[in-house]
Design a protein around this ligand. Sequence first.
Ligand code: SAM
Length: 278
Amino acid sequence: MTLTRTEVRDLLDRFDLRPKRSLGQNFVVEPNTVRRIAELSGVGPGDRVVEVGPGMGALTLALLETGAEVTAVEIDDRLVEVLDEVVGGRFGHLGAFRLVHADAMAADWGELLGEGPWTLVANLPYNVSVPLVCDLLDEVPAITRMVVMVQLEVADRFVAGPGEDAYGLPSVKVAYHAEARKVGRVPPSVFLPRPRVDSALVEVVRRPEPAVDADPGALFEVVRAGFAHRRKMLRGALRGLVDEEGLAAAGVDPTARAEELGLDQWAAVARQAGGVRG
Ligand code: SAM
C-alpha cells in the first residue's frame, strides 16, 4: 500500500498544492521505488524508523507496511495536513505513526528520539542532504543506520575515498563515523516533478567507535581548512593550524593536497594541530 502517480496528482489537486522547489519537493510516484527503499532499509516489526521529509507519505506508507514504527519529521505545514489524512488515516489507530511538524535542521533530536537504535530512512530534500547527514552523524548517536536517497553527486561525495573527484569534507566525516556504500541508482522518471539529475541510495552504518582516535574538533578543523583550498598545498592551506614540521611529524608531505589524504593521515595531522597557534 503506497501512493501511485495518479493518487499523488489527485492529492495535490484536492489540497491545492504546488510542490515547492525551495524545500526540495520531488515526490516519488512510483510504488516499486518506495518498496525497494523500504526493502533495502531492512526494517521490520518492532524497528524504529525516523523519516525526514515524508512529503505526501508514499515512503512512509511503505515503511509502516513493514511493521516498523515511524516518526516522520516534515517542515511544510501544508503537507502535515495531507499526511494526517493519508498516513494517519490508515495507520494512526495502530500507534505506529508519529508526525512531527519541524525543521529537521533545527529539531531537538535528543528529545525526539531518546535512546537508540533508530534507522533513518528518507528521500532527503536536496538542499539539506549533506549538512543533515553530517550533523546527524556528529550529534545523534541514537541513529545507528541510514538508508537515504540523495542526488547521485551527493551520494558520490558521501562514499568517495582519497584521490577521487568527489572526495571532500563530507566524505571524511562519513568515513570517521560510519561505513557507507551506494546501494542503488534511481532515475528522474520516478519523481513528480522530475528533477534534472539522477538520484542514488546510500546506506550508512554507524561504527561502534569512530574510525580513528583523534579529537573531532581538531580533526574537522584541519579537514575543513584543507578542503577550503583544495588546490593549495597543505603547507599553505593549513597555515596557522599546523606548520611544515608538524606535517612532516605526521608523516604527511607538506606539498600534498587535501584530496590525497586518507582518514588516518588527517588524524595524524590533527594530533599535530594546536602547536603553532600564537
Ligand atoms: N518522502 C517523500 C517522497 O519520497 O515522495 C518526499 C521527499 S521530498 C524529496 C523532500 C521532503 O522533505 C519534502 O516533503 C519537504 O517538504 C521536506 N523538507 C524539506 N526541508 C525539510 C526540513 N528542513 N525538515 C523537514 N522536512 C523538510
